[in-house]
Design a protein around this ligand. Structure first.
Ligand code: ZN
Length: 226
């Protein structure tokens, strides 16, 4: 592993210490107040890493910049996991689901971009998140939008995504490439089991002649059903 700059090396050491403590707190039975404190500690680390990544005149190499971004997103993933536990305890099931999906997405981004690893070291963590999904939440149905994409933009070069060479989900000099869809002609919305976006889910179902929340089965009187 080639890390030239001492502040990047120090950040990595700080991350390793932080994460071993966070993983000890990201367990359901731990005290909720400790978990709230841990979220703040993780937040401070994320801010520190971001300011280092965006600092000018430091001449960090591309692997170093991508490493810093990977550390930020890894800390965000644990923060999402801790938030999920807090929301489960406080009865905010909808938010807890959102936290789980964020943790999964964030971990996948790091696994496919880590500059000094093939990402296999995250398989155990991804399996842990998958276990949460299967054990804590009901089997869910999702909505998938289909249509003709008319205008896209690349978050790296700001040009037309279809024209440039950047790839969505890949990091470039500490920046994640996102394919932004600016115009789409929506053709259909279908219900699917394996969606591209697990945040786009069916929110209510009919049960005993009444619309209820898919997560809690509590009655719902307002809101859309997707
Ligand atoms: Zn581009």
């Amino acid at each position: 592993m080639i890390i030239e700059h001492v502040e990047v090396k120090n950040l990595l050491d700080e991350f390793n210490d932080l994460i071993s403590n966070s993983q000890n707190i990201a367990i359901f039975t731990r005290d909720i107040e400790l978990q709230k404190e841990e979220k703040n500690t993780l937040h401070s680390f994320i801010e520190k890493a971001e300011s280092l990544r965006k600092a000018e005149n430091r001449n960090y190499s591309e692997p170093e910049l991508n490493l810093i971004l990977c550390l930020e997103i890894s800390a965000e993933a644990i923060q999402s996991e801790v938030s999920m536990l807090i929301n489960l305890k406080e009865g905010n099931m909808d938010a807890a689901w959102g936290n789980l999906v964020c943790a999964q997405n964030q971990t996948s981004i790091v696994a496919s971009n880590h500059p000094f690893s093939n990402g296999d070291y995250l398989n155990g963590y991804l399996a842990r998140l998958d276990a949460y999904e299967k054990l804590i939440f009901p089997k869910m149905m999702f909505a998938s939008a289909g249509g003709i994409i008319r205008e896209t933009k690349c978050s790296i070069c700001k040009g037309d995504y279809e024209e440039c060479d950047h790839m969505k989900g890949k990091m470039y000099n500490g920046q994640l490439c996102v394919r932004e869809i600016h115009k789409i002609d929506l053709e259909e919305v279908s219900i699917v089991e394996n969606p591209a976006n697990k945040l786009c889910r069916v929110l209510t179902i009919e049960r005993n002649g009444k619309m209820v929340d898919t997560l809690t089965l509590k009655g719902k009187t307002t809101g859309n059903n997707v």
